[in-house]
Design a protein around this ligand. Structure first.
Ligand code: DGJ
Length: 717
């Protein structure tokens, strides 16, 4: 049993394979956190220091105050002055919220979440449901804890039911709250920008609030929803590490506060600045899900827990099949595409061994540049005189699959759609919408907009054999308002928007069951667990420069498996060394290419064919295997990782140098996951190694030159 209620001590205990999470019902009404960490059968009650000046609830005695209790869920206005999880504004307008524990239920599996993606349960997953009530508003709050024993992950989400007589506004909703009784923690987050996502940042927590988040309507390039807390002393292999993530693609907030008592409070949930939701009497609201993991074996194990979880419980099962090695037209041709050129790409690409041709932006309506046509989803007649179906049939007849680019959530002012429905773009009433990349954001919170898109895509792709959609989203939201909602409900637009996106994605998945999706948002602007259930991979960044990619990919793999990471070789400038470097960096994830093979030399194209054939031999190790970081680019002058199959019979090691590596230096890289008694052969050099030797370490000389990288593929004899 993964979840237990111990009646005598009124404790809930949640076990995963290696961790335990526990809290207790305190003074009948309150849920007080006790423990999260290494698996244990017994634990001391968390010490409840009373350092607060005030207030004291009569029932608590003067020793205890909500201001310093490590609550499982805290409420605005009820005596906890730190940031809180939930605030509902009832008819008195105060926002004072005070839910009290009522009952619990433990059941097998999990509850689905209405209109939102959520983690697939394991065969032995269980869920704890806690019911709390707020006397004044009559609202009920349900807390859900679902356990994923194998990957050491526990998820949380909440539901609010308005059983009162008047409407209430949910003004704050943070489904993950965790109070740790320690002050020795660092906060790790991934910050970035367009073309430079997922940079690693590790800073000491300090008194006060530290936070990252997004108010952009997308999870964003700027801050990824992933966050970790780890002991100051934690390393890759040792020490406590707690990882958190949010199964959501919109605005969010991750917050950490080291409080007056030296406890650390972490919150994760909806960004309060862009979120609010009104529930009329009888209505129910369900929040997105947050997930957490704990490792006492450092950050490496934290990453591996999340990698396993993302592969087994978040990504579609299809993502575990081999991913196509694609030839994408974007950096090869940009908008300059037509049937004639693409059929040449298809023919040559098939001969070179590509699995799929992906026709990127520029195929529809008057889309000859980025100034027009988003929203008008029909194939351009001049570019495809015999229609899309005929063109795709011809592509496939060359022996290559076909993928296509779409950006459903956007509209150009210069489009038939916008001319017919200017009110379908997000805009605050009476204000001019702000244009970005010459486009506006469609109001995906409106059902009729989603219905229009469903109708348009149903028509344009009907009878067209599409194997792959690249779903893009190229700007953030501002000046947000929906013409379909009354003033008091404008606060709901961001959340309703994302639900609309998920509805359309669900439709795509069901309507085109044989196709897969790669999601993208100007590169990695929505690299999140909310997108991952729909696609087999995410376009990691628009930046395909391998030097920059080393940082971006290293950061992404802290939270997400290589399976999610779409990595392309681009623009090798006819330089074979650069081509090799680009390939070896792209091999760290799911390989693809975007370059003009019609203009490349025979030498370059022959080398690309060889690379594709080579990658196919070991890509399953990256796609399905476990990931170990030996050196990260932010700390060292090179990066080194290895991936192993579950049984450690195959190991792929990549070593990528940054430009400033000192020539001649040699690094000892320990492959600790190797089987000590086995013998391995490196498929490139033919060299044989005893497993013990690999565990002790391989000496890898660094070249100390730009564009140097190394790939070692070890197979057990
Ligand atoms: C941004 C994407 O990230 C690129 O790969 C490409 O698809 C362009 N959009 C097309 O407009």
């Amino acid at each position: 049993m993964a979840i237990r209620f111990i009646k005598s001590s009124k404790r809930f205990v949640i076990d995963t394979k290696n961790t335990t999470y526990a809290f207790e019902i305190f003074k009948r009404h309150y849920l007080v956190h006790l423990y999260y960490g290494k698996k244990k059968a017994r634990f001391e009650e968390a010490e409840r220091r009373s350092l607060g000046f005030s207030p004291n609830v009569a029932e608590y005695s003067s020793k205890y105050s909500p201001d310093n209790l490590p609550l499982e869920v805290s409420f605005f206005g009820s005596g906890d002055y730190r940031d809180t999880s939930v605030c509902i504004v009832g008819k008195d307008g105060t926002g004072v919220t005070d839910f009290k524990y009522k009952s619990y239920r433990i059941f097998e599996g999990r509850q689905s979440i209405d209109g939102l993606p959520f983690a697939r349960p394991d065969a032995d997953s269980e869920t704890l449901e806690i019911l709390m009530q707020d006397k004044v508003t009559g609202c009920e709050l349900y807390l859900y804890y679902t356990v994923f024993p194998e990957s050491d992950v526990i998820s949380r989400h909440m539901a609010l039911v308005n059983n009162g007589k008047s409407s209430v506004k949910l003004a704050r909703c943070m489904p993950m709250e965790l109070n740790l009784d320690r002050s020795d923690l660092d906060m790790i987050t991934l910050w970035g920008r367009h073309n430079g996502e997922c940079n690693y940042q590790r800073v000491q927590t300090h008194h006060g609030v530290q936070s990252v988040g997004s108010r952009r309507g997308a999870s964003s390039h700027q801050y990824n929803p992933f966050m970790a807390l780890c002991a100051h002393t934690a390393t890759e292999e040792r020490g406590d590490a707690y990882g958190f993530n949010f199964v959501y693609s919109g605005s969010f907030l991750d917050e950490v506060e080291l409080d007056q008592t030296g406890r650390t409070k972490a919150l994760m949930g909806m960004d309060p600045a862009t979120f609010g939701y009104i529930l009329d009497a009888g209505e129910r609201f369900e929040s997105p899900e947050a997930v957490m993991t704990y490792s006492h074996k450092g950050l490496g194990q934290m990453s591996r827990n999340f990698h396993k979880f993302v592969k087994n419980n978040i990504m579609p099962k299809k993502a575990l099949d081999p991913h196509p090695v694609v030839l994408n037209t974007w950096e090869a041709c940009y908008f300059d595409i037509d049937e004639k050129k693409l059929l040449q790409f298809a023919e040559k690409g098939a001969a070179m061994g590509f699995d799929m041709l992906v026709m990127d932006d520029g195929w529809f309506a008057e889309r000859h540049h980025d100034r027009a046509a988003l929203g008008d989803w029909y194939a351009n007649k001049d570019k495809f005189p015999n229609g899309l179906a005929d063109f795709v049939k011809n592509v496939r007849s060359k022996g290559i699959k076909f993928g296509i680019w779409i950006e459903p959530e956007m509209v150009n002012p210069d489009s038939d759609l916008y001319r017919a429905h200017p009110d379908w773009a997000l805009r605050a009433s009476g204000r001019e919408p702000l244009v970005s990349r010459k486009q506006l954001v469609l109001d995906m919170s409106r059902d009729e907009v989603i219905d229009y898109l469903i109708g348009a895509f149903d028509k344009v792709f009907d009878g067209v054999e599409i194997d792959y959609f690249k779903w893009d989203m190229n700007r953030h939201m501002c000046n947000v308002g929906s013409a379909a909602l009354p003033p008091e409900r404008q606060c709901e637009v961001y959340f309703r928007y994302i639900k609309g996106v998920y509805r359309l994605m669900d439709w795509f998945v069901k309507r085109f069951p044989n196709a897969v999706i790669e999601t993208c948002s100007g590169g990695g602007g929505r690299y999140d667990l909310g997108m991952m259930p729909y696609g087999i991979q995410i376009w990691t960044s628009d930046n395909t420069n391998p030097y920059n990619r080393t940082f971006i990919q290293s950061g992404a793999m802290l939270a997400y498996p290589a399976t999610t990471m779409s990595c392309h070789v681009s623009n090798p400038k006819e330089n074979m060394k650069s081509l090799d470097y680009r390939y070896k960096v792209a091999c760290e994830g799911m390989l693809g290419y975007e370059l003009n093979i019609l203009e490349m030399s025979d030498e370059v194209n022959a080398e690309i064919s060889r690379q594709i054939a080579e990658y196919r031999k070991f890509e399953h190790v990256m796609r399905l295997g476990e990931f170990y970081r030996l050196a990260s680019p932010e700390n060292t002058k090179y990066s080194a990782y290895y991936y192993t199959t579950d049984d450690a019979s195959e190991i792929v090691l990549t070593v990528v140098e940054k430009e400033d590596c000192r020539a001649g230096s040699t690094k000892l890289l320990k492959i600790k996951a190797a089987l000590p008694d086995a013998t391995y052969t490196d498929l490139y050099s033919g060299k044989r190694y005893a497993g013990r030797e690999l565990i002790e370490g391989l000496y890898i000389p660094l070249m100390g030159e730009p564009d140097s990288a190394r790939l070692i593929y070890l197979k057990k004899d």
